[in-house]
Design a protein around this ligand. Structure first.
Ligand SMILES: NC(=O)c1ccc[n+]([C@@H]2O[C@H](COP(=O)([O-])OP(=O)(O)OC[C@H]3O[C@@H](n4cnc5c(N)ncnc54)[C@H](O)[C@@H]3O)[C@@H](O)[C@H]2O)c1
Length: 351
């Protein structure tokens, strides 16, 4: 096939990371961009020399010379835009979370099957070299049987506001924004077990704290202080491979500093992937810690997007098996629905 013709739906912050990938690929041409904000999409198209500009994705999807789209909108537009694109015969790379909930995600998976077009979910962290290395070790049995994992992504003061903190448009707070990556990584690394039960608490104790002075935080492009999502959450998730995951996340919490951690424990060894890669094992009955040497840039934000878009295009052009199929996005939405349901009812949710 000739060049793969791409359209971008949603030209806010993260679309620039998709462009960082697409613009590096010789067999790709980004031919269209769409955003409901006319000024923003015009400026984006000018920056990247994109010839066709739209404010309605349904108009963009009428383009015959368009093979695939990136959906990089607010979360509530992921399902309608992806389904419209699939129905119009386009392949879709949709940002995480796949949808607002599992019901929408299921409809997306069905639209992909019906159209025969690829729906890939943007779990970009799977493309980090740290994740690739750890997956290879786990797949080769270096950790033995995995029975426990823990992961967290905690911010002391980091609610981005705007659509992120408006539940109608986001589906929730740090659980659906940050947690989706961390829980996905645990599932992916441990061989994609299915969750069988979820117990969770979410807290709306701190709010957004816009009054905080002295430091800067990342604010959404269309910043507002409306906030009806959780500011913190904790959960125990049990999987059908016998593994239990402890998970916690926050946007606002009285902690010393922000932190990110991910650890998996097997009966042969333990591994920490974040904040730094370490293995805890034993040889000749001596306990020892080892530290694989990895390229420090190989797991960076932009690197992961470059690899993710490269993989998406290779799935389209070479029939490469997609490592981020929409079904994985759906499994995550089931877990996230269960976290919110358990928090609301105060009971364990059996999946
Ligand atoms: N993979 C990652 O690590 C990562 C990081 C950041 C954001 N994201 C995801 O990317 C998505 C976008 O996040 P962002 O930070 O770029 O937000 P953003 O607010 O900067 O950009 C979203 C854009 O979507 C546009 N939009 C809204 N409705 C639209 C519609 N109907 N048609 C066309 N455009 C529409 C908005 O006007 C805005 O310009 C979210 O789903 C977010 O979860 C993923």
């Amino acid at each position: 096939m000739g060049k793969v013709k791409i359209g971008i739906i949603g030209t806010g912050s993260i679309s620039n990371m998709h462009m960082a990938g697409y613009t590096r690929l010789e067999n790709v041409e980004v031919v269209a961009a769409c955003d409901i904000k006319e000024e923003r999409v015009k400026e984006f198209a000018k920056r990247y020399h994109i010839p066709n500009v739209f404010t309605d994705y349904n108009e963009m999807l009428k383009m015959k010379d368009l093979d695939a789209v990136s959906v990089t909108t607010w979360n509530n537009i992921h399902a309608p835009a992806s389904i419209a694109a699939l129905n119009a015969g386009k392949h879709v790379l949709c940002e995480k979370p796949l949808a607002l909930n599992a019901k929408q995600a299921q409809e997306m998976v069905e639209a992909s099957k019906k159209s025969g077009k690829l729906l890939m979910v943007g779990f970009c962290r799977r493309f980090g070299e740290n994740a690739i290395a750890l997956k290879e070790m786990i797949d080769n049995g270096d950790l033995g049987n995995l029975y426990y994992a823990k992961t967290g992504c905690l911010r002391r003061w980091g609610n981005p506001g705007g659509w992120f903190s408006d539940k109608k448009r986001s589906g929730g707070g740090p659980v659906i924004d940050l947690g989706v990556h961390m829980i996905d990584l645990i599932r992916y690394l441990s061989g994609k077990p299915k969750a069988v039960s979820v117990t969770a608490s979410t807290f709306n104790s701190m709010g957004m704290r816009p009054e905080v002075k002295g430091i800067q935080k990342y604010n959404s492009a269309d910043y507002s202080e409306f906030n009806d999502v959780e500011d913190c959450a904790t959960s125990i998730i049990k999987f059908d491979n016998g593994m239990t995951l402890f998970f916690e996340t926050s946007w606002v919490q009285n902690i010393k500093e922000d932190s990110l951690y991910l650890e998996l424990f097997g009966d042969k060894a333990g591994a920490k992937m974040e904040p730094e890669f370490e293995l805890y094992e034993s040889r000749y009955n001596y306990l020892r810690n080892t530290k694989p040497i990895l390229d420090p840039n190989g797991s960076g934000f932009e690197h992961n997007f470059i690899e993710e878009t490269k993989h998406f295009i290779s799935c389209i052009t070479d029939g490469t098996k997609c490592i981020n199929p929409a079904e994985d996005g759906l499994e995550l939405m089931k877990i996230i629905d269960a976290i919110y349901q358990s928090a609301e009812t105060g009971h364990e949710v059996i999946l």
